[in-house]
Design a protein around this ligand. Structure first.
Ligand code: HEC
Length: 189
């Protein structure tokens, strides 16, 4: 039957096109190397090393393992100490870790921030890494997607949508063809 032959060709097209779109979208996604979300912000050091140093240097005993604060103020979200305009300024963070801070009126708690948190062995680079870790933790609450990442996700979901729509079209057309055939058969009777 001519009608059915045409249907098969279109069925193949309807499956091949979305399959290609889908495969392209998936391969594009697979290609994407995870872009460091903090790359837009210049971190003063290596946040990964900073995380290790933070746990090893006893900072957790005062600021909490998840930076929520204990006898020291919370570092994420970072507490705004009186007289500090931008607590996420790398210069401020590096400064307070390097020099400590004597408790002042209006500060939370009652203890001092010890020089280098009490670890005289911390190098300048260690302190930069610690600062990078603290800043990064404050920023990763809702990391903005890079335009690249955004484009890839869009392609992916648009691909999925096209596949879905074409599949529905295929189902509907098949149903419609069967209905036409049935009507033609009924008329021939
Ligand atoms: C003995 C407890 C203690 C330890 C250990 C300690 N801190 Fe602190 N830290 C404090 C206190 C208390 C403050 C607030 C100072 C104030 O009240 O004047 C503070 C403040 C800070 C701030 C500024 C916070 C803000 O809200 O602006 C940073 C950053 C910081 N500490 C990092 C560290 C790091 C990194 C370490 C580990 C190397 C560390 N601290 C170890 C008690 C501590």
């Amino acid at each position: 039957m001519r009608l059915h032959k045409g249907l098969k060709v279109w069925g193949l097209v309807a499956l091949a096109v979305p399959a290609l779109v889908g495969l392209t979208a998936i391969s594009t996604l697979a290609d994407s190397t995870p872009s460091p979300s903090a790359s837009a912000v210049a971190l003063p050091g290596d946040p990964t090393k900073g995380a290790t140093l933070f746990a090893q240097s006893g900072c957790t005993s005062c600021h909490g393992a998840s930076l929520g604060g204990l006898i020291g103020p919370a570092l994420n979200p970072i507490f705004k100490l009186p007289g500090v305009s931008n607590p996420l300024d790398p210069t401020f963070i590096i400064g307070i870790i390097t020099n400590g801070r004597v408790h002042q009126a209006g500060d939370p708690g009652s203890v001092n921030m010890p020089v280098k948190g009490g670890n005289t062995a911390l190098t300048d680079q260690d302190i930069k890494d610690l600062a990078a870790f603290i800043i990064q933790q404050n920023l990763t609450g809702s990391p903005p997607l890079s335009p690249d990442e955004l484009a890839k996700r869009t392609i992916f979901w648009v691909g999925i949508a096209i596949v879905g729509m074409l599949f529905i079209t295929l189902l509907l057309s098949q149903y419609n063809m069967r209905w036409i055939a049935r009507r033609a058969a009924a008329r021939r009777k």
